[in-house]
Design a protein around this ligand. Sequence first.
Ligand code: AMP
Length: 114
Amino acid sequence: MEGCMFCKILKREIPATIVYEDEISLAFRDISPKAPTHILVIPKKHIRTVVEVKEEDNSLLGHLIYVANGIAKKEGISEKGFRLVINCGLESGQSVWHIHIHLLGGRKMTWPPG
Ligand code: AMP
């Protein structure tokens, strides 16, 4: 999608520290990490936000969680625990309009989130 930062990362038009890629997903380190491990898992398909997810995207979204799980294992944060976050819309703080799962770990998390 023209003008989308994460589509530009997908096309290697802007740099990112990529940790995983397959035919339908990409994962890279967040540029402004909020935890020792902070990785974004995105679909290659441009979906703006959770609100725009369609039934046909069910397996794609499940795949992203599966990918996040594998990365958590590789990062060594699986045993202690980690958090997956999807911000959806302005009030949630979503700032990039290409759906993404935040994989956060490596420190004790607090609840509720801010
Ligand atoms: P959200 O606020 O949920 O939309 O999350 C967007 C995330 O993307 C933020 O945590 C940003 O730090 C991160 N981000 C923005 N630009 C980049 C970039 N070029 N490379 C890696 N992460 C980015």
